[in-house]
Design a protein around this ligand. Sequence first.
Ligand code: C2E
Ligand code: CA
Ligand code: CA
Length: 443
Amino acid sequence: MEEVKDILTGLDRYEEFLKKLELEIQKMDSYRIAIIYTDIKYFKYINDTFGYQRGDMLLKEFTRQVTQGNAGMLCAARVFSDNIVMASRVSNDISNEEVRETVNRHNREMEERFRENYSAARLKFCTGISFISKEDRRLDPATAVSNANLARKIAKEMKDDCCVLFDSRMVEGIKKEVEITSSLSKAIAGGELKVYYQPKMKTDSIRIDGAEALVRWQKPDGRFIYPDEFIPMIEQSGQIVELDYFVYREVFKFIAGRMKENKPIVPISVNVSRAHLNKMDILSYVQSLFDEYRIRPDLIEFELTENIYIENTEKALQLIEGLHKMGTKVSMDDFGSGYSSLNLLSRLPIDIIKLDKVFLQDEETDNNLKENDKIIISCIIDMAKKLRITSLCEGVETSEQSDYLSEIGCELQQGYYFSRPIPENDFENFMDRSFAGGSLVIA
Ligand code: C2E
Ligand code: CA
Ligand code: CA
């Protein structure tokens, strides 16, 4: 007979669970069924750090704690690895939110116990919950589980409360994700993606001193999809590497074209996704572009976000060293947006620090700088100066902000006050005007 139990945890196997759930759905009476799907965030870290034996032990204990004391439990299974699903009877007097709160509380208590008993400080339990009521008893059990799993994936991205109720709108989000990830390669080949350029200005002269390449996706119907919408999705699927390489190639081509025509050019910075740290082929790709286009290395810069440095300092260091060897500069992007670690500035050999636009954006004061922000900005700029790191402030939208940055000695500025990111042709005009000494501010 085929084994119906999972050997490690003693729970049902997933196929067996679905069979039982199907029967339970048919039997359902004056209550509903909650599908509670939980997994352990950072479980891989436990396995990698303490070994599989410790991981298995933890998993057994987790199973025991997650299923114990649940009087309404109907069935439970290990779907795979550290993914546990459980079906539980819920009285119709209890709201969905109350169920979520109970599960959330239980998860937090478990985390606390694991922290104390197993020194597993980083461990976090993430749960997604979906419901099957009497009305939707024709719902396929596997769909109910996949709904809870979808909510669990969203829970895993959350910082605090890692417990989320399924909502049918989530399916729309997934559809969109599939649409984006499945059409990206074709969109690149079909010319739907374009590189826009946003000028960077030198504070003392308000002349152009560089630009940042930012990608734009324009659908055939003219609609734009902005990076914030699609980059997180393709970062997860790893396709961001393909997109970044496309952007780098376009930028190299653009610079080489300007040089061939003997036109002035400024250094262009490109963004580096965190996904590159997994593969590190970026260095050989960039080298191949230098070999092909023969442009000066100081005309290309790389922007790595502060988070990349914090998440993986060693790899980030290797990457910076590799890029420096080729003669390019590296900046720390979005500085101050996350868990800024000031000591990173002295540990990493970065050339430019880009202060995040959050410092300048304040709806309450209508973009007038708050006193506290002023103090922080000027301290960071002082510190950068002492460390001989070039300072750049992004998100400059008003003349007051620009004047203040000049006053405190921020070397470079970038923002809508000077120009939005613009298509290549417009950017060429911008550069030509700047080098000819014309007026630049497009208010
Ligand atoms: P980022 O690198 O921090 O880029 C700055 C973002 O701020 C850009 O948004 C830019 O259009 C916007 N911005 C510039 N000046 C102002 C201003 O004065 N006010 C305000 N409110 N916003 C301003 P965008 O182009 O939508 O890009 C968003 C993010 O997507 C970028 O943030 C970057 O992280 C990512 N991204 C864009 N293009 C690429 C790319 O080719 N590769 C990778 N890996 N990421 C990219
Ligand atoms: Ca950037
Ligand atoms: Ca930025």
